[in-house]
Write a protein that binds this ligand. Structure first.
Ligand code: UD1
Ligand code: CA
Length: 459
C-alpha cells in the first residue's frame, strides 16, 4: 500500500482530557500556545499535513473551551468526552463508536506532544502492520517516561516509570506516547487492557503486551527526542516553543530570508516571509503576518495581523497592528503605530505617528508626529489621505476627514474639515511677532535684579 492510501484509511484519536495540573493555569493545557497556535492545533495541523482526515478528540468533562477550539481548528473532528480520568487506554475507548465503524489503522496522539512531524506520523502508521507500532526515542533523562522493553530485538512490553524495577528504569529507550494499532484488532486489544498497576489506570502502553499475547507483532519506530517532547509544565512549554521557533526560522532562512540575529526573532506558525526579506534583530511577529519579497523589517518592531508589500521598510521600533496593509515600497519608520489602515505604494510615514482606521494614498508623505484622531470615546471614524498629499509635522487629523490628493496640510494643524485636492490647509493660531518685547519685559521692576545677574553671567 502507498502512504497516501494508508493515510486515507486512518482514524486518529487525539487525547486531550488530561487536567494539566502542573501548568498551574486556569486555561486547559492543550490550549496553551506554541508559536501562536494552541498545542492541540499543532497536533491537528500535523494530521492535516499527513493527509489524515478522520479525527476524534477526547476532551475532559465541562470543557466547552476545548470543544469550541476543536470546532475552529478542525471542524470535521468528532468530539468525545471522558467523564472520569482513568488512563490513556480508557481515554481512547471513549471514541469506541468511531473505532467500531472500522478503520485500517487506529492512530493515537497526545494533545500535549505538539512537535511531532507529519513524516513521523506517516512512518508510524506504516509500521503498525497486523499489530501495534509505538513511537520511541532515546531519552537524555528517561525519568517519568514509559520504558520500551526490548528482548532479542523485539518489543515485548512498555513499563511505566512508576511501575518499573531498578533494571527497567536504566532503560533509556522511551515511549513518546504515539501509537498505531491495526484497525481490525484495535478494539479487542484496548478492551483487554486492565488496570493492575500502581496508578490503577488503564494504560495505553499495555497494548504492546496484550498484542504480543494475541500473537500479533509489536514494533518501534524511533525518532528524535526534540520532536516528541511532552509539555507538562511551563518550563517544558518554553522548551517546546524554543524548538518550534528554531524550526520556523530555519524554514524561513532556507526559503531565502536573511536574519542578522536569528535567535532574537520570534515568528508565528502562520508567518509568511518572501524571498530576500531582511529581518534585523529583536523583531516579534505575532499571528497573521505576511511580508513580501525584498522588504526590510528593522530592529525592535512588533507586527501582528498585517501585510507588508514588496520592498517596504518597516521600523526600527515600528508597531503594525491588525489590518495594517502596506503596498510595495511603502516606508514606516521609528515609533510609528499603524492599525486597520491601507498604505499605498511608496507612501512614507517616517517618524512618531499613529495612523488608525485610515487610507493613505500612493506617495503621500506623512510628517513626523502626525496623528489620526480616530476615536471619540464611543465610535471609530475613517481618515482618507489622497495620493501625493503632504501632511506637515505634528498635525492632528480629526476623523472623519478627507485630505484630497496632492493637498498640503501646514505643520501643527488640527484638521477638522475636509481639504480639497491640491489645496493648502493651515489650522492653527497665526504667528504673532512683537519686536523688542523681551527688552521691556526684562526691565520690569520685579524681573530686573534677576535679569542683571543673568546678563553679568553671560558677559
Ligand atoms: C504517557 C505515557 C508514557 C509516555 C509519555 C510520553 C501512559 C500511561 N503513559 O505518560 O508511557 O512515556 O506519555 O509523554 O500512556 N489523557 C487523557 N485521559 C486520561 C489520561 C491522560 O485524555 O485519563 C491524555 C492527557 O491529556 C495527555 C495524554 O493523555 O494528553 C498523556 O497523559 P499524561 O498523563 O500526560 O501521560 P504521561 O504521564 O506523560
Ligand atoms: Ca504527558
Amino acid at each position: 500500500m502507498t502512504s497516501a492510501t494508508i493515510a486515507g484509511d486512518v482514524l486518529a484519536i487525539v487525547l486531550a482530557a488530561g487536567e494539566g495540573t502542573r501548568m498551574k493555569s486556569a486555561q486547559p493545557k492543550v490550549l496553551h500556545e506554541i508559536a501562536g497556535l494552541p498545542m492541540l492545533g499543532h497536533v491537528l495541523a500535523t494530521l492535516d499535513e499527513a493527509g489524515i482526515g478522520r479525527i476524534g478528540v477526547v476532551v475532559g468533562p465541562d470543557r466547552s473551551d476545548v470543544e469550541s477550539a476543536v470546532g475552529t481548528l478542525a471542524p470535521a473532528a468528532e468530539l468525545f468526552v471522558q467523564r472520569e480520568r482513568r488512563g490513556t487506554a480508557h481515554a481512547v475507548l471513549q471514541a469506541r463508536a468511531a473505532i467500531a465503524r472500522g478503520t485500517g489503522v487506529l492512530l493515537v496522539l497526545f494533545g500535549d506532544t505538539p512537535l511531532v512531524r507529519a513524516e513521523t506520523v506517516r512512518k508510524l502508521v506504516e509500521t503498525a502492520g497486523e499489530g501495534v507500532a509505538v513511537l520511541g526515542f532515546e531519552a537524555a533523562d528517561p525519568t517519568g517516561y514509559g520504558r520500551l522493553l526490548v528482548d532479542d530485538g523485539e518489543l515485548v512490553a512498555i513499563r511505566e516509570h512508576k511501575d518499573a524495577s531498578g533494571a527497567e528504569r536504566a532503560v533509556t529507550l522511551c515511549n513518546a506516547g504515539l501509537m498505531a494499532l491495526a484497525g481490525n484488532a484495535a478494539l479487542t486489544i484496548l478492551d483487554r487492557i486492565g488496570d493492575d498497576n500502581s496508578q490503577k489506570e488503564f494504560y495505553l502502553p499495555d497494548a504492546v503486551a496484550v498484542a504480543r499475547g494475541m500473537g500479533l507483532p509489536a514494533r518501534v519506530s524511533v525518532t528524535d527526542e526534540a520532536e516528541v517532547r511532552g509539555v507538562n509544565d511551563r518550563a517544558q512549554l518554553a522548551a517546546a516553543e524554543a524548538i518550534m521557533q528554531r524550526h520556523l526560522r530555519q524554514r524561513a532562512m532556507v526559503a531565502g530570508v536573511t536574519m542578522l540575529d536569528p535567535d532574537s526573532v520570534h515568528l508565528s506558525h502562520d508567518t509568511r516571509l518572501g524571498p530576500d526579506v531582511l529581518i534585523e534583530p529583536h523583531v516579534f511577529m505575532a499571528t497573521g503576518v505576511s511580508v513580501a519579497a525584498g522588504a526590510t523589517i528593522r530592529a525592535f518592531s512588533h507586527l501582528e495581523g498585517c501585510e507588508i508589500g514588496a520592498g517596504c521598510t518597516v521600523g526600527p521600533f515600528a508597531r503594525l497592528r491588525p489590518g495594517a496593509r502596506l503596498a510595495e515600497k511603502a516606508k514606516v519608520g521609528n515609533f510609528v503605530e499603524i492599525k486597520n489602515a491601507a498604505v499605498d505604494a511608496g507612501a512614507k510615514i517616517s517618524h512618531l505617528s499613529y495612523i488608525g482606521d485610515a487610507h493613505v494614498g500612493a506617495e503621500a508623505n506623512i510628517g513626523a508626529g502626525t496623528i489620526t484622531c480616530n476615536y471619540d470615546g464611543f465610535r471609530k471614524f475613517h481618515t482618507e489621505i489622497g495620493a501625493h498629499a503632504f501632511i506637515g509635522s505634528n498635525s492632528a487629523l480629526v476623523a472623519p476627514v478627507t485630505i484630497g490628493a496632492g493637498a498640503f496640510v501646514g505643520s501643527g494643524s488640527v484638521v477638522t474639515g475636509d481639504v480639497p485636492a491640491d489645496a493648502l490647509a493651515v489650522a492653527r493660531g497665526r504667528q504673532v511677532v512683537k519686536p523688542e518685547w523681551a527688552i521691556g519685559f526684562r526691565a520690569r521692576p520685579e524681573n530686573l535684579a534677576k535679569a542683571n545677574r543673568a546678563k553679568a553671567k553671560r558677559e
